[in-house]
Design a protein around this ligand. Structure first.
Ligand SMILES: NC(=O)c1ccc[n+]([C@@H]2O[C@H](COP(=O)([O-])OP(=O)(O)OC[C@H]3O[C@@H](n4cnc5c(N)ncnc54)[C@H](OP(=O)(O)O)[C@@H]3O)[C@@H](O)[C@H]2O)c1
Length: 344
């Protein structure tokens, strides 16, 4: 495929955990990916994929729709994924700006850009927007937590926007071997496995999410102006998640120890001062504040049938993921490829 034939997709928030999987999957699917990132240097290291270029953005500051409009015009964007979302205010960012005000400015710019192209008889005139939200928006007490509250606000704004072709994707807890915020294959090797409460979650594999988002972008009218719950195929407690991973890896699991929320928060706060290498061995790769820990243990579940129907995907099970991983890297890669290859 020639460079001119590739559709041009803007992925805002292309670094971090989910971002690189999205960029990789869009690139594999034949898109040219414009990666909206804060730090060009570290992005170039994280996003070593073909057919990508970098665009410096900062959602803490890019609150003017005209800033985004110039970028859409300059890069001739055909589709937008907003993957940015901060769950805490580490680094002095405004959650309202990053999660709500800047995405609003971006979406307003997309509307204007489509209208402008329509009037000028230019393409593209139907730019689809995919907003990565969270299942936390469905909590009855969602407004008590700043993160899901902010995601709810931006989702509601999108739902009220007319003339924009959008899809809101709400993922549950996202996991992937070797990457992410929690490295399950490391956690299950610990002699003592702590968990808080027994509420239920439906973790989704990061690749299922990323491949699904690409498929939605390829066929946006199938799910236009809708909300899709990107939940995994099984309803599990955290303890059941750990049991499945250790069973799949053929490991004898450590002692389970249920801790009260306060103790979990205290423990997590303390270990954040450990060096990164040690944290990796404990399976924890990101900073968490008390709210994040509480939210992770609140639980949420939801029906994934519409997600699977609109993406025509096979769901990825935790056991299959880690069983394939334990066989060999090639077997695991073949498993991921089989998901990419699932036909409608
Ligand atoms: N992980 C989960 O289990 C989970 C579950 C449900 C929903 N989600 C949603 O999924 C999306 C991705 O989550 P993730 O786990 O991949 O998060 P992440 O690893 O923290 O990545 C967040 C992304 O947002 C970018 N970002 C943060 N502040 C920014 C700013 N001011 N300007 C531009 N970019 C900024 C980060 O860039 P830097 O690399 O520069 O920091 C990174 O690319 C988020 O919208 C999140 O709310 C995640």
């Amino acid at each position: 495929m020639s460079e001119e034939d590739r559709k041009r997709i803007l992925v805002v928030g292309a670094t971090g955990f989910v971002g690189p999987a999205l960029v990789d999957e869009f690139s594999r699917a034949g898109y040219h990916v414009i990666c909206g990132v804060r730090n060009l240097e570290s992005a170039a290291q994280q996003l070593d994929f073909p057919h990508v270029e970098f665009l410096q953005v900062d959602l803490n500051e890019d609150l003017n729709p005209n800033t985004w409009l110039d970028r859409l015009r300059e890069h001739k964007i055909d589709g937008v994924v907003n993957n940015v979302g901060i769950a805490n205010a580490f680094g002095g960012q405004s959650m309202e700006n990053v999660n709500v005000n800047a995405p609003l400015a971006l979406f307003e710019a997309v509307s204007f850009y489509c209208q402008e192209n329509l009037e000028a008889g230019r393409q593209p005139q139907n730019v689809s927007v995919i907003q990565i939200s969270t299942t936390g928006v469905d909590w009855p007490d969602c407004d008590a937590y700043r993160y899901p509250k902010s995601k709810k606000l931006i989702d509601e704004s999108l739902l009220e926007t007319s003339g924009l072709n959008f899809i809101i994707v709400r993922p549950n807890i996202i996991y992937e071997p070797g990457r992410g915020h929690l490295i399950l294959e490391q956690i299950v090797r610990l002699p003592v496995l702590t968990y808080i409460g027994s509420t239920k979650i439906q973790p989704i594999h990061c690749r299922e999410l990323a491949i699904g988002v690409v498929r939605l972008m390829q066929n946006p009218y199938k799910a236009s102006c809708s909300i899709l719950l990107a939940t995994g195929p099984e309803v599990l407690s955290w303890k059941e998640v750990f049991l499945k991973v250790s069973e799949a890896l053929g490991l004898k699991h450590g002692i389970f120890f249920r801790v009260p929320l306060l103790m979990g928060q205290l423990f997590t706060n303390c270990i954040q001062y450990l060096p990164e290498r040690l944290l990796h061995r404990l399976g924890i790769l990101s900073k968490m504040d008390n709210d994040t820990i509480e939210m992770m243990t609140k639980g949420s579940t939801g029906d994934n049938s519409e997600w699977l129907e609109k993406t025509s995907l096979q769901p990825m099970y935790i056991f299959d993921t880690y069983r394939n991983l334990s066989s060999s890297p090639e077997t695991y890669e073949q498993y991921i490829q089989s998901i990419r290859d699932t036909k409608a």
